[in-house]
Ligand binder design. Sequence first.
Ligand code: IDP
Ligand code: MG
Length: 153
Amino acid sequence: MEKTLIILKPDCVQRRLIGRVVQRFEDKGLTLSGMKLMQIEKSLAEKHYAPHVGKPFYPGLIEYITSGPVVVLALAGPNAITVSRKLMGATFGFDAEPGTIRGDFGISKTFNLIHGSDAPETAETEIALYFAPGELLDYSTAAEGWTSKPNEV
Ligand code: IDP
Ligand code: MG
């Protein structure tokens, strides 16, 4: 099953939105494979955001993501990466559609509440940055047979 790496960023934690945001992923039918509260160190943030080195917003992004506790999730499900990005909405709060996480809870460019992997390769790399293999659980839930049809054509 496809997995994606989600981070509830420091503004999400400080604004006490953890439960409401996690609820949206559960409601959609994605399954929590890993979950932890942590504070991201600068060296980890630099690895995670290496693709953005040199961009004008990069220093502020590193400062933001390391500024307080975050909740890191590994979510599993059919098309988990694309589905999660759709639930998150466009990058900037003011652009993001109402009904999405960023569209409903934010209006900022930098403080956009949540990170989600953007492709299978990045998901794999990012999950490995935050979770040791033994910290991820693969399991079935009772409702799963009704939220997604196995081997759907
Ligand atoms: P994404 O989070 O939607 O994948 P990216 O382009 O990968 O967006 O950017 C990573 C993060 O950097 C964004 O989530 C946001 O916090 C921040 N960011 C991106 N572009 C800007 C910008 O133009 N100004 C300020 N912050 C930005
Ligand atoms: Mg990105």
